[in-house]
Write a protein that binds this ligand. Structure first.
Ligand SMILES: *[C@@H]1O[C@H](CO)[C@@H](O)[C@H](O)[C@H]1NC(C)=O
Ligand SMILES: *[C@@H]1O[C@H](CO)[C@@H](O)[C@H](O)[C@H]1NC(C)=O
Length: 402
């Protein structure tokens, strides 16, 4: 068979391209597949953690510094041994918990490897304490008011507005060996470990934004023990931070940093979630002056400040759209605080104060808290009729979760 010159050239190019794909796989898109480091291994096996790791601080930063460097800067930090002064750290052995709080009812999950399609149930705390060492139950419970006096809020939250935005304080209690799903929270988070150790796989917000999450629950379906690089190629070169916590340590996990948590030993942690702030109230700090290192959680309202969370999420959307939100940007089919498309349009029109078909950050900042509360109530009413019994734990928009 005779080939003409142009056919030779075509075949030559074809061979060259294939050679390049074989020789330089990394240079053409993601190098992914069964040969990829970390394929079918636990999360974090694909490459070493970032170095240097997260900031390790000797004490809690002042709220101003916390807001500027860590909340705005989107940086986690670890304070070693900081929770050791808290009453919960000194007091919360099983006998104390049983005698003082045993009658309180708590939420419990079955299974140490988290699976969000399973449901929670409740039992008295004393019942949990009788069972937890010999079973795989995991207490994941919003702290009852009665227990809040034993838990302290660190200095970093004591002025600037954070205290008005506390969303939830949750205790996490098991005999160890738990593994969370890989997920992010649309909230800022301070987690203090009272007993045991925890190992975290943390991914910066900027990278987490490119990952595919189950949008409604903001978690990934990746199997954290066997990462399938073919199904989840984005994990192939994902940078990550490793954080090891021992009893007494407190960790700040910034808003929208994705994470996976493994725990070992009798394991008891308390985390405080607060809505992500886009502003800081300097006057509040001036008024308060010198701050104590801690204050008891029982001194404050843990208000489930969904209005603040909603403002934060809207500002996030606007940021992602380059500073303005147009009506056509309204996400369809996304669980945004339980709102359907019609309700989202109504919210949009409400926010578009100057009626120019665009919503800016300034417009969102100008809406007062009461108005947001009204919006949420309206959504809840719509929600109750349309989605009866759909959502477990409420909140939507990634409010709950771990
Ligand atoms: C989670 O639980 C559901 C229902 O029990 C099950 O179908 C599913 O396979 C589980 N998922 C994982 C990742 O184990
Ligand atoms: C459960 O085990 C831990 C040690 O891991 C122990 O401190 C605790 O007292 C045990 N609790 C009960 C109720 O047996």
């Amino acid at each position: 068979m005779m080939l003409n010159r142009s056919e030779y050239v075509t075949i030559g190019k074809y061979i060259l391209c294939n050679l390049l794909v074989l020789i330089l796989p990394g240079s053409i898109g993601h190098k992914v597949g069964v040969d990829n480091p970390g394929h079918m291994l636990p999360l974090g096996s694909h490459r070493p953690p970032e170095s240097p790791g997260v900031d390790i601080l000797p004490s809690a930063p002042h709220p101003q510094q916390f807001y500027q460097n860590y909340v705005r800067g989107s940086r986690p930090f670890l304070i070693k041994g900081h929770a050791k002064d808290m009453p919960a750290f000194k007091l919360w052995n099983d006998n104390y918990l049983k005698s003082k709080y045993g009658h309180l009812s708590v939420d419990v999950e079955q299974g140490k490897k988290e699976n969000r399609s399973k449901s929670l149930w409740t039992m008295p705390l004393k019942e949990f304490l009788n069972q937890y060492n010999d079973s795989d139950i995991y207490m994941v419970n919003s702290l009852p008011k009665e227990m809040m006096g034993d838990v302290w809020i660190i200095k970093s939250l004591l002025c600037g507005g954070f205290l008005d935005n506390l969303m939830d304080a949750v205790s996490w209690f098991s005999s160890g060996g738990t593994k969370s799903v890989f997920h992010f929270d649309a909230l800022d988070n301070i987690n203090c470990l009272i007993d045991g150790t925890k190992q975290l796989f943390l991914v910066p917000k900027s990278y987490a934004e490119d990952l595919e999450f189950n949008i409604a629950g903001s978690f990934s379906n990746v199997d954290v023990d066997h990462v399938d690089m073919v199904k989840f190629p984005q994990f192939a070169d994902l940078p990550w931070y490793s954080v090891s916590m021992v009893a007494g340590d407190c960790l700040y996990i910034p808003y929208r940093w994705a994470h996976q948590v493994r725990s070992a030993g009798r394991n008891l942690a308390i985390n405080i979630w607060f809505a992500h702030q886009h502003t800081f109230d300097d006057e509040d700090c001036e008024r308060k002056g010198e701050l104590p290192e801690f204050a008891p959680l029982s001194d404050f309202e843990v208000t489930e400040a969904y209005d603040a969370q909603m403002r934060g999420e809207l500002l996030h959307f606007v940021d992602m759209r380059g500073g303005v939100l147009k009506e056509s940007d309204i996400p369809v089919g996304v669980d945004f605080f339980g709102a359907g498309e019609e309700e989202l349009k109504a919210v949009f029109n409400f926010m578009d104060i100057d009626r120019d078909g665009m919503v800016t950050k300034e417009e969102i900042q100008d809406i007062d808290r009461e108005a947001f509360k009204e919006i949420l109530e309206a959504l809840e009413d719509a929600d109750a009729t349309e989605w009866q019994g759909e959502e477990e734990g409420g909140g939507g928009g990634g409010g709950g979760g771990k």
